[in-house]
Write a protein that binds this ligand. Sequence first.
Ligand SMILES: [Zn+2]
Length: 114
Amino acid sequence: MDQCPTCRAPYRERNVCYRCQTDWREVLGVERAAVRYRQQALVALQSRRFHTAYDYARRACKLHRCSESIMVLALASLGLRKFDDALALWKEYRERVGVKSCNATSVLLLTFTE
Ligand SMILES: [Zn+2]
């Protein structure tokens, strides 16, 4: 979490937003759950269990749609040969991180989908 989901104040390592008093503990708990799902998706990807990876990556994105989870979902989509989905996710990833930050994984995705 970079900022408060309620008032967009910069995140500081506290339990409550200094500006609007939103309790951040639940938000942080949801983000941690998303990270766990993403990690499970990566483990599944490494053993080519693409359906499992896709399910976990989707759960991660539903909880917290961050660039890392989007990329994992794109890779799982690629594994399932859902090329249109993979391309759309890769474009979303690229918009979030910027073209300069795109790594070899993005090039790989582009090669397969365009
Ligand atoms: Zn706030």
